[in-house]
Design a protein around this ligand. Structure first.
Ligand SMILES: Cc1cc2nc3c(=O)[nH]c(=O)nc-3n(C[C@H](O)[C@H](O)[C@H](O)COP(=O)(O)OP(=O)(O)OC[C@H]3O[C@@H](n4cnc5c(N)ncnc54)[C@H](O)[C@@H]3O)c2cc1C
Length: 469
């Protein structure tokens, strides 16, 4: 039996490893091949060492260590986790051109200047706001306005959505993007009541999700996918682009690879790429499925890492970074102070800052040349932090399809995709979709989905072998 996994990001690697472990525990022989279009595995997790001692992340900074699938993968990779510095707990918001720390403690939050006295009063009334009626979808912003007031929706939820999705809070679906908030309201009738109940029960985590420690590795986050590929007990082929996945004969799948005349034949396929890329692969045989997958928006994000000399260091607070609401002047979605978050990101005494631009709220940023973008970032850094030092080092990454947007209607779309997939793969070996386009955008969620899909593929193969059509 041959299982092919398309995509060597964390989702695909999790799927391949889980399939290998599942096959081993069942005592069945499954040949597994993982294919990735790029020269290296990792997908969005790209960590790069640069001359002079700078270590940049082009994608995820780290992950919250609350996902069992990731723990298993870290153990299989034989890596040692590195927890973020304590400073990373300090997160900021830009309001009125100034940095304001987002405190979790109610008294500190109330005096922190994020909400006006009226905004605070409105937020405090949350406990009396009745629960949502009906099951129509609702945007994150509308949910925030209804429960916490429009000031909290603008100043807190909208920037949070920018930080996680590079998204627009008025477009994103609350139950799809932040299911825990929707569940809290449904169960307790109020977010504050839910938080009190969770605390009383000894639980952890806030409305946006369970808490955890921000984690990475000594060589950056890509160390995990790289180690998983190096230690793989299956075949990893990089530089191999899959053009299409077609229904083959005898229940098998035929994968057309770029530059190869003969298709690769598989009994089961896991596709772990972005939604629109899946769509391209499946369009020929299932246009319906392809059109649904294609309609999951993946706006671009540009990431600019800037390394500053020692004299710049006092200008940047020792913290995680800041988010910038759209009502503020800067175009940046936010700045991350990478050298404060994890050790080893900048040479001794220097500061590595990452600026993020674009996303669903500013797609036209991609029109700017690299020079213009760097000038813009330096101008915004001077205005916000008072730092006019010239950078010693810059590194830019443009992600054309960065983070999927779980916009209004997302859960219905996922249900339609699942139904189309069942119809399309009827009578064939398992065809399964992983990746972060549908079931959770974060690195940990992508790993968890990949892991469960990898197990499912082997279970499906065993069922097919036991009951051939
Ligand atoms: C700028 C940015 C910052 C982020 N920050 C965080 C963060 O701090 N914390 C967090 O939890 N998450 C963060 N994320 C999200 C995180 O990066 C993703 O959850 C995760 O990396 C998704 O992994 P994946 O394997 O599903 O997809 P990807 O990493 O996109 O991997 C897909 C793989 O498929 C391959 N592929 C594509 N097409 C083909 C083809 N035709 N044939 C073969 N292979 C193909 C690609 O080369 C790629 O390797 C961030 C994302 C971005 C863009």
């Amino acid at each position: 039996m041959h299982l092919v996994v398309v995509g060597g990001g964390i989702s695909g690697l999790a799927a391949a490893w889980a399939a290998q472990q599942e096959a081993q525990s069942r005592g069945v022989s499954v040949r597994i091949t993982l294919l990735d279009a790029e020269d290296q595995v990792g997908g969005k997790a790209v960590s790069r060492n640069h001359p002079g001692g700078w270590l940049t992340e082009s994608g995820p900074t780290g992950f919250l260590d609350n996902e069992p699938a990731l723990d298993q993968l870290v153990a299989l990779a034989g890596l040692k986790k590195v927890a973020a510095n304590d400073a990373a707990a300090h997160r900021f918001l830009v309001l009125g051109g100034k940095l304001r720390e987002i405190h979790a403690h109610p008294a500190k939050f109330a005096t922190g200047g994020i909400l006006s006295p009226l905004g605070l009063l409105r937020m405090a009334r949350e406990i009396f706001v009745p629960g949502k009626q009906g099951d129509a979808d609702e945007s994150v912003w509308e949910f925030g306005r209804r429960r916490l007031g429009s000031q909290a929706a603008d100043r807190m939820l909208a920037p949070m959505v920018q930080g996680v999705f590079a998204g627009d809070s008025k477009l994103l679906s609350l139950p799809a993007a932040f299911p825990r908030m929707a569940e809290m309201e449904a169960k307790y009738g109020s977010l504050f009541k839910a938080l009190i109940a969770v605390k009383r029960a000894g639980g952890k985590g806030g409305p946006s999700g369970p808490s955890g420690t921000l984690t990475s590795f000594e060589g950056g986050l890509q160390a995990l996918p790289l180690a998983l590929a190096t230690k793989a007990l299956f075949t990893v082929r990089t530089g191999t682009r899959v053009e299409s996945v077609l229904r083959g004969s005898d229940g098998q799948w035929a994968l057309q690879l770029e530059g190869e005349s003969e298709p690769m034949v598989a009994d089961s396929v896991v596709i772990a790429t972005e939604g629109p890329t899946m769509a391209r692969m499946l369009r020929a045989d299932s246009p319906l499925l392809a059109s649904e997958l294609e309609s999951i928006d993946h706006p671009g994000v540009t990431v600019l890492s800037l390394g500053f000399p020692p004299e710049a260091t006092p200008h940047f607070p020792n913290g995680f970074g800041c988010l910038i609401p759209r009502s503020e002047k800067p175009r940046a979605l936010g700045f991350l102070w990478d050298s404060s978050i994890f050790p080893g990101r900048a040479p001794e005494g220097r500061t590595l800052v990452r600026a993020l631009y674009g996303g669903a709220v500013d797609p036209s940023i991609s029109d700017l040349s690299s020079e213009s973008l760097e000038q813009l970032a330096l101008h915004e850094i001077r205005d916000l932090f008072g730092c006019s030092a010239a950078p010693e080092f810059t590194f830019e990454t443009r992600w054309e399809k960065a983070i999927p947007q779980y916009n209004l209607g997302h859960l219905d779309r996922v249900a339609r995709i699942e139904a189309s997939l069942r119809t399309f793969s009827e009578g064939q070996g398992p065809l399964l979709l992983a990746g972060n386009s549908m079931y959770g955008v974060a690195f940990g969620k992508a790993a968890a989905r990949g892991w469960s899909v990898g197990q499912e593929a082997v279970q499906g193969l065993c069922n097919t072998a036991a009951h051939p059509a």
